[in-house]
Design a protein around this ligand. Structure first.
Ligand code: TLP
Length: 346
């Protein structure tokens, strides 16, 4: 039985075109800056995001960490969301490895941070307080439901941050999903921001990697931090080749995943006892819960779904996250809906 894996878009395997590009990739030692394929990927990502330079890293986590460490020194403070990936799911790296203090603000339903909250959180120049150096945003916002923020918000938030001498970093792991949902160029979403991490290994299907983009000077700093973190890779062109296919050929199709997420949500809404938020999912994520009429935990339900070949993410005692991606087709969506129907009937 073929598995329908809705746990995350990180489970995506490389496409045949990626595997062919990987096999043929020209490579060199990237620590010497001599891997032509890595260089090409970095230039491509930077140009798609309207930034001067890019840096290939093994993961989104390292991309965000390298960005925070390049922007901040020990004892500096970063403002971020209390539901942000960097705060919740990056093993506390900014504090443990960078000595960077964090100020967590409540994420709004669309994943943004309220401008008045940001304003109030920026510290005064006072020796009792850590200097506020950086604002971190996330778009799309994972734990807020795959929601997105429009370019106008980036402009307002960055305007406020810059007026107080802060830099702005975006965790844009799924930035191209936000761009697809908004029908805008990714570059327009990040134009006022100082740095951005995009992931190649989520909905874009590359097996490994993220690119951090920003000014030449900033990327120079981040390059040193990447080496310090052990992220200097050698013949990484093998991986970057798949990343180039991801950026050139996979970005344009993300809308299909969003349409399937809507279909999935519509189908699940018909299953009695399941609780979905009103309105369509914003991008490729569907969050749902078990209503009081269903006498089982999310783990028990997930086990029943797995027996039927459907894998889902459990994100709470009675809550799930389902993520659509390239390897989930229309039949997969239907199978997931009917498997839920069978499992919750008991
Ligand atoms: N997110 C993963 C898990 O870690 C939760 C997922 O399944 O969604 N930023 C955002 C917004 C992310 O969602 C993720 C991965 C990352 C950064 C980290 O990327 P990697 O896994 O490449 O370190």
């Amino acid at each position: 039985m073929e598995l329908i894996d809705l746990r995350s878009d990180t489970v995506t395997r490389p496409t045949p075109e990626m595997r062919a590009a990987m096999a043929q990739a020209e490579v060199g030692d990237d620590v010497y800056g001599e891997d032509p394929t890595v260089n090409r990927l970095q230039e491509l990502a930077a140009s798609m995001l309207g930034k001067q330079a890019g840096l290939f890293l093994p993961s989104g986590t390292m991309g965000n960490l390298a960005a925070v460490l390049a922007h901040c020194g020990r004892g500096d403070e970063v403002i971020l969301g209390n539901r942000s990936h960097t705060f919740l799911y990056e093993a506390g790296g900014i504090s443990a490895l960078g000595g960077v203090h964090s100020c967590q603000l409540p994420n709004q339903p669309d994943g943004s941070l309220a401008l008045e909250d940001i304003r109030a959180a920026i510290r005064a120049d006072d020796p009792h307080q850590p200097p506020t150096r950086l604002l971190c945003l996330e778009n799309t916002h994972n734990r807020c439901g795959g929601t997105y923020q429009a370019p106008e918000y980036s402009h307002e938030a960055a305007g406020l941050a810059h007026a107080h001498g802060l830099q702005v970093h975006l965790d844009g792991a799924r930035l191209f999903n936000a761009a697809a949902a908004l029908g805008r160029d990714a570059a327009a979403l990040v134009e006022p921001l100082d740095s951005v991490t995009v992931c190649l290994s989520k909905g874009l299907c590359a097996p490994v990697g993220s690119v951090l983009c920003g000014s030449k000077q900033f990327i120079g700093k981040a390059h040193r931090v990447r080496k310090m973190l052990g992220g200097g890779m050698r013949q990484a062109g093998i991986l970057a080749a798949a990343g180039i296919v991801a950026l050139e050929n996979m970005v344009h199709r993300l809308g299909e995943d969003h349409a399937r997420a809507r279909r999935l949500a519509d189908g699940l809404r018909q299953v009695e006892g399941l609780e979905l938020e009103a309105g369509a999912p914003a991008t490729n994520m569907v969050f749902l819960g078990l209503g009081p009429s269903i006498p089982m935990t999310a783990r028990q339900a997930a086990a029943g779904l797995e027996e039927r070949g459907v894998l889902v993410g459990v994100v709470g005692g009675r809550r799930f996250r389902l993520v659509t991606h390239y390897w989930v087709d229309d039949a997969g969506v239907e199978r997931a809906v009917s498997a839920f129907g069978e499992v919750v009937k008991g």
